[in-house]
Ligand binder design. Sequence first.
Ligand SMILES: [Zn+2]
Ligand SMILES: [Zn+2]
Length: 206
Amino acid sequence: MKWIKLPIFVLIIIGFTSCDESKLHVNPIPDKPAPITIIVQPFNDFSKEETDYVANELKEIYHDVKINEPIELPEQALNKNKTRYRADSLIKYLSRQTEVGFKTIGLTKSDISVPKGNNPDWGVFGLGYRPGNSCIASLYRLKGKNKLEKLFKVAIHELGHTEGLPHCTDKNCLMRSAEGKDRFDELHSFCAHCKSVLIDAGWTLK
Ligand SMILES: [Zn+2]
Ligand SMILES: [Zn+2]
């Protein structure tokens, strides 16, 4: 009986091999980037309502957004005086918990900072890897009735960095550098160039 089984096995192998080869020949489309899921990751100082607000705004312009349960702010990310969290430590922390195929935007009400010049703790609205898989936005320095809308603008700005976008010189573009100023009302949308980069990455921007 053994000699009958062997040719069938060989035929199956040949069958699969030729199938793979023919696929290679008829598939000249260049590799598209793998689809990414955006994870909205609130820290435990952030309310469910505020998290939902940012997530729902993101869902308007990105097809795959999920919300994680809140997590503790890592104590090791606190600065020397324990007044601010180091934004670079926080995005590193978020990056470690972000699996392949995902990008994480962290949300916090705490003050976050980066080293700038002689100041080791320059307060910022947000920070993101460029490119990378994680970023963070903070509500702490945002003021006014529409501060959650401003936070959403910070969040998509930082997500834009994770897609590789640098700061933009267009004064109405969401990728314009804040330079520490609250001028979010001047930022309406992404400029044509920044938009095209994000659309290539799967964003559905109008
Ligand atoms: Zn920026
Ligand atoms: Zn731009």
